[in-house]
Design a protein around this ligand. Sequence first.
Ligand SMILES: *Cc1c(COP(=O)(O)O)cnc(C)c1O
Length: 452
Amino acid sequence: MGKLPFERPVIKKLSAGMPGKFGIKTGVAPVSHIDNVAVTDIINEHGSPVFVISEHTLRKTFMDAKRAFETRYPKVRFAWSYKTNYLNAVCSVFHQEGAWAEVVSGFEYEKALALGVDGQNIIFNGPEKTYPDLVRAIDQGSLIHIDHFDEMYMLNEIAGETAKRPRVAIRVNMDTGVYPVWDRFGFNYENGEAWDAINRIMASGKLDLTGLHTHIGTYMLSADAYRIAASKLAELAVGLSRKYGQGIDYIDIGGGFASKNTLKGAYYSGTDMAPEFDDYAEAISSGLLNSSLKPEELPLLVLETGRALVDDAGYLLATVIANKRLSDGRRATILDAGINLLFTSFWYDHQVNPAQPVSEHTEETTIYGPLCMNIDVVKEASVMPVLKKGDNVVISRVGAYNMTQWMQFITVRPRVIMIDPEMKVHIIRERERLETINSLEKVPGHLINFSL
Ligand SMILES: *Cc1c(COP(=O)(O)O)cnc(C)c1O
């Protein structure tokens, strides 16, 4: 047996911590495998840091969500929110499961088309849709969700010029009892602006009003807010049918379901706090079914769930670069992955587990990333097992927003791999290289030469 590495003895204050529902928190268990593939094998093969996506978890989460809604409402369709994670392999899994595409820019729109999504199955949201973006979306028969009056007038103009009838919905913002109200997108319900938008569309006669849309926020811990949102959109649909004798095809409730991540400063963990898909489905279906909509008028229910479908399927594997003591003696561990890759560490208290068996010793530790920047904190002080240089860690529930909001700062972005349901590992995005970055840059001729 080899000599055991020396571990510095520490004197620890007995701090019981805040007891949660299940008593006082105990140690952090190692996570050695993801979908039966060893974490150390992944790092040896693909480097550190590396993002890992579990295809099995993606599909299972999607099926859970779908089942929750389809058992409660007759017509349901998910539209995958591209900005939450637009890696092509991830989008393709959701499209294989039957999800349409929900995009918020010309870039995302092109990405969906290039992946083979039919234009008619693309929902085009967001405040920035350029004239050429709209011309193309109309041409492809996409569902255009109008954000503001200027966009509506531009659509009228294009419709007048091309003699095509754009398929549109209006985005509605509203008070659902959760504050602050997200009122910067779409038309307000309470002050009558939403009706103003509907009346203008109907008066113009140039646009096909096919749907009503809202997206009330993100990481919404209140399922009841969705019941209110669904019933307010249903009221608009009922009013529309009463005034114009015309129904709508769909009501789109947007995204925003909470994932199981724990918000910073939260008393209970996300796994205890976040509503289940069943809770959201119950709230939304009762909002629609208990409205004055007649059974034969019930529209298709569209959901643009992002975060809650993908967060659990994503992991970031990283390696301990060093340990050090801060000036007051507190322990700090530095990883090779920081907020350049983990944008969500600004909001979440991410779960960080060692990838191998660790010593029994625990100590309050702050986990930093590798950047030369003071705000590069992966996890604020928490009781962690004592990790050593070279140890690997697994950061869980990082599938949402990190692989789209990651920064190319100080270093390049790492590889992303996907583990398929047969436990085969696929590279789905290569690690960037210096040439990846340099291929976009140009140095003017007079700057090429220098001597030092
Ligand atoms: C971001 C966004 C979504 C997805 O939101 P999640 O919080 O990730 O579920 C859905 N619809 C619209 C319009 C969005 O902007």
